[in-house]
Ligand binder design. Structure first.
Ligand SMILES: Nc1ncnc2c1ncn2[C@@H]1O[C@H](COP(=O)(O)OP(=O)(O)OP(=O)(O)O)[C@@H](O)[C@H]1O
Length: 910
């Protein structure tokens, strides 16, 4: 406290009444008072006239005393430049005020920091919200993208399917077109065929009446023919039967005439033939004699030179077969030498004769009848040579003469002769060959290999009827007579003459027998020769006889030919009487034979009739077949037409489907285009939003970072300084208590001064803060000035002089001293102090709020991390966010998503 002269003068000369008026209190401001040691307040009124009454004292807290103005425990007055001492208590109080000020500032800073933190939190929350929105948008975008992708895939699939369908459709179309073309061609061809078939069918249909007429005519003709054939066969049968009956009744010897063909050399020599075969079929043979006259001979059969062995045997076959029925049969060949007797009877290997064919036929029939008959066939081959019988089958020559004996039952046989049993035709040929080889032959001028004996093959057949148990024993003589040529012609002598004489004698005996038989003589001279004696059972009587008269066609042989033919004519005239079975089986055998024949004829007629019927059926079947083919073709045509109609319908349906598919594809393409546009719009919006978010975030992050840094520095400095001050205060107090005294006091004062100096320096540094904050927090220039004035030494009123309870009175009794500006500044200071008090009062809720915010921040930490984790997704928008953070020059570690949790928690706790 100082006694300011100016004030003192002013106060001494102050005319209170003139200034205030009567009964009004003088209100003084900035009246300095001293606080005594005992705590009393001393106010000195110097130069006061009268007795001023102090009705009330309003103590108001002094303005803050800047530490820089406190030097060595004193303050220099701004008015009088007097050094005002400051008591230790006042210093302590000042320090407390200073500390309180710093605390206030710290609290303000903390509150500002809290506000900034809240702002940051809000910004972060908004950022998180924006991120979430962004994420949602991103998700929607992803969904849209996926939808677009799926749509694209579906489109591609649809397009591929469509292409496939189109290709298949094209392929099928081509195939169908080819098939349709082919079918059309086929239909065309079938139509043509159908037309042709229709024509043919019509023709057939037209010709059916004619055909049926023809069929009827043919049938009628066939029937007529059949009838005629039947009649003919009946007539023939009757004729044959009658003839046979006549023959059998007469017992005539049947005579077949056969003429040999001209030899090659004879033809080359130009020999003429005397035989005329024009009526050979009627059994007539003409012999030309003397060139003009022709003698006709009638026989049972006349063979031309062209007739073969088969024809000859065919006629002889029925008589041959008679031996199986139990008849004795004799077949002999008579004729001039070289006319073909041996050829007819034996034949050659290529042209089998009657002998071989007879045995073949017998075996064949016996095989056919084996169910009803058993046959035992044996053969003997004899030769009558020079009136002696030779066994041609005898393996060893014997001196014993073979004689003919008559059995008790009347049959003649040659005892001791070989009767070779033959079972099949192979054995027959070997036997016949052996006999033929053993036959005596010789050459003459007519025939080089002339037969010089009568060769006689005797076939003995024993038959047993398995049904009737009837047994027969019959024999068949097949005789190849020796040549009947005249002796003069042959010009043989000696032995050959003797052979010829014997041959002629035997043939003459045969003639005699035949003449006797023809004249029906009572005596038949069979025994005149061995030949007739052997043939006694089979020549004449109850036997069947067949004679082959062999003639030569040559004119030179005309005499012999006529002789033979005359002999044959006589033979043919012989009536032997009816043949008789060797065992009388009566008419039964005959009826059976007739029945067999009738059956055979019936079979043949049935066959012919069946053939005709078959032909008719064939005609009808052909007509029906054509009708059926026509019907089938018509059905096929209708089927093909139906198929064509179906396929045409299918083609139309496919075309419709194709059109529908193309329409669907167009619609999907439009949808796809609209979706693409929407996606582009969303992407643009997202980009804009991301850009705005990133810029805002960058800005806020920068601010927060700066504030954080500053706050951290200040806090650290304050803490450090407070710690130092507290420590030094404690030390000083301790020293003060320990030491005491002037020297200690002086030292203490010096130290205090040093400390105050340091404190002032720090305060000066602190005073620079508002300017800094003004720059950042938008503080106006007037406010900065007010700050500097408030912190001036004049405003360092002791807080003890101010009382909050009298604040209103003090404000009203302001001493109008100085300028308006000063007054305004003081008013602001008052307001500032009030604001400061209010700031202190508001500090506790803010602290609570900070705690809550820190707690809520802790609570939100997980969500933020989640949010950040969402931001760090590997999607396109996430990458965009990452770019936004990277664009704000933040280190990767400073990114919320990448920083560790401790840093994040520290960040939010701050
Ligand atoms: N119908 C015919 N067809 C063909 N050749 C025949 C015919 N008849 C006879 N010949 C031939 O004439 C020749 C004489 O025949 P073959 O020996 O049979 O007479 P032949 O009457 O038996 O004589 P021979 O009394 O001297 O024994 C033979 O070479 C024979 O082949």
């Amino acid at each position: 406290m100082c006694s300011c002269r100016k004030k003192r003068q002013v106060l001494s000369e102050l005319d209170i009444y003139s200034l205030v008026g009567a009964n009004r209190a003088l209100q003084t401001v900035d009246v300095r008072a001293f606080v005594g040691e005992d705590g009393t307040i001393v106010i000195r009124f110097e130069g006061v006239n009268g007795n001023p009454i102090v009705s009330g004292i309003c103590i108001k807290r002094a303005a803050k005393l800047p530490a820089s103005q406190v030097k060595h425990g004193s303050v220099i007055c701004n008015n009088c430049a007097a050094e005002i001492e400051i008591s230790s208590a006042q210093n302590k109080y000042l320090r407390m005020i200073s500390n309180a000020k710093y605390e206030k500032k710290i609290a303000e800073l903390k509150s500002q920091c809290q506000l900034k933190t809240d702002e940051c939190h809000e910004a972060w929350m908004s950022l998180t919200g924006a991120s979430e929105q962004l994420e949602k948008v991103q998700m929607e975008l992803d969904d849209k993208f996926l939808q677009y992708h799926y749509l694209d895939q579906a489109m591609e699939e649809q397009a591929a399917n469509l292409r496939d369908i189109c290709s298949r459709y094209e392929r099928d179309k081509r195939l169908w077109a080819a098939v349709v073309d082919d079918l059309e061609k086929k239909v065309k061809n079938m139509k043509q065929e159908h037309c042709q078939l229709s024509r043919e069918a019509y023709e057939c249909f037209d010709s059916i009446p004619e055909l049926s007429k023809m069929v009827f005519a043919v049938q009628a003709m066939v029937a007529q023919c059949d009838a005629l054939k039947l009649k003919f066969s009946e007539e023939q049968a009757k004729r044959k039967m009658l003839y046979n009956q006549i023959q059998e009744a007469k017992g005539n010897i049947r005579v077949f005439c056969r003429c040999r063909p001209l030899r090659n050399e004879e033809m080359q020599s130009g020999f003429a033939t005397v035989a005329d075969f024009n009526a050979a079929n009627d059994g007539e043979l003409g012999i030309l004699s003397g060139g003009l006259t022709k003698k006709i001979f009638r026989f049972d059969r006349v063979y031309t030179p062209q007739d073969g062995q088969v024809n000859v045997f065919a006629d002889a076959s029925p008589m041959v077969v008679s031996v199986l029925d139990g008849y004795n049969v004799c077949i002999f060949a008579y004729g001039q030498t070289g006319t073909g007797k041996t050829f007819t009877m034996e034949g050659s290997e290529q042209n089998r004769g009657v002998n071989y064919r007879t045995l073949e036929q017998l075996f064949k029939i016996s095989e056919e009848r084996k169910e009803t008959f058993t046959y035992n066939i044996s053969i003997s081959v004899l030769e009558v040579y020079n009136e002696q019988i030779r066994d041609l089958l005898a393996t060893s020559p014997t001196s014993k003469k073979l004689e003919i004996r008559q059995a008790p039952e009347g049959a003649h046989h040659v005892p001791g002769i070989v009767e070779a049993k033959v079972g099949n035709i192979k054995e027959v040929w070997s036997v016949l060959q052996a006999g033929s080889n053993a036959r005596a032959v010789g050459s003459n001028n007519v025939n080089e290999y002339s037969s010089r004996s009568h060769c006689m093959l005797c076939i003995m057949v024993k038959t047993k009827n398995l049904i009737t148990e009837e047994c027969t024993k019959s024999k068949l003589w097949l005789v190849d007579l020796a040549g009947s040529e005249r002796l003069a012609k042959t010009e043989v002598q000696g032995e050959r003459l003797k052979e010829a004489q014997n041959i002629n004698r035997s043939l003459s005996a045969l003639g005699d027998v035949i003449s006797a038989l023809a004249s029906k003589s009572s005596h038949i001279p069979y025994r005149n020769s061995k030949l007739t004696h052997l043939l006694q059972d089979s020549l004449g009587g109850d036997s069947k006889t067949l004679m082959f008269v062999q003639i030569s066609p040559l004119e030179q042989d005309l005499g012999e030919t006529l002789s033979s033919l005359n002999f044959a004519t006589r033979v043919r005239g012989v009536e032997l009487g009816p043949a008789r079975k060797q065992i009388d089986v009566g008419e039964l055998q005959k009826l059976k034979i007739m029945l067999d024949k009738a059956k055979q004829e019936l079979r043949s007629k049935d066959n012919a009739f069946w053939k005709l019927e078959e032909n008719l059926r064939n005609f009808e079947g052909k007509a029906k077949g054509k009708d059926q083919i026509c019907r089938i073709q018509q059905e096929k045509l209708s089927e093909l037409e139906g198929k064509i109609a179906l396929k045409t319908q299918l083609c139309r349906q496919l075309e419709k489907q194709l059109l529908q598919l193309s329409e669907g594809v167009n619609g999907k393409e439009e949808t796809c285009l609209s979706l693409q546009q929407k996606v582009k719009e969303l992407e643009n919006k997202l980009r804009v939003h991301e850009h705005a978010q990133s810029t805002t975030l960058q800005h806020k992050v920068c601010q927060v970072k700066e504030l954080e840094n500053k706050l951290q520095e200040r806090t650290q400095e304050f803490e450090r300084h407070s710690a130092k001050l507290n420590q030094k205060a404690i030390e000083l107090e301790n020293k003060l208590q320990m030491e005491g005294g002037n020297q200690g006091f002086q030292m203490l004062q010096q130290k205090i001064e040093e400390l105050e100096l340091k404190l002032r320096q720090q305060e000066q540094q602190e005073y620079m803060l508002p300017a800094c904050f003004a720059d950042k927090s938008g503080t106006t220039s007037n406010e900065r000035k007010a700050w500097s004035r408030v912190l001036s030494p004049r405003q360092m009123d002791p807080p003890s002089l101010r009382n909050s309870t009298n604040r209103a009175i003090n404000q009203e009794s302001v001493l109008l001293k100085g300028t308006d500006t000063l007054h305004q500044i003081r008013r602001r200071r008052g307001l500032q102090s009030i604001g400061t008090e209010n700031t202190f009062l508001a500090s506790s809720p803010l602290l609570d709020k900070r705690i809550l915010s820190s707690e809520s921040t802790k609570g939100r930490h997980i969500d933020q991390s989640k949010a950040l984790s969402r931001l760090t997704r590997s999607t396109k928008p996430a990458a965009t966010v990452h770019r936004a953070f990277s664009g704000s020059n933040l280190h990767k570690d400073q990114l919320p998503g990448n920083k560790d949790k401790n840093d994040k928690s520290k960040f939010w706790l701050r």
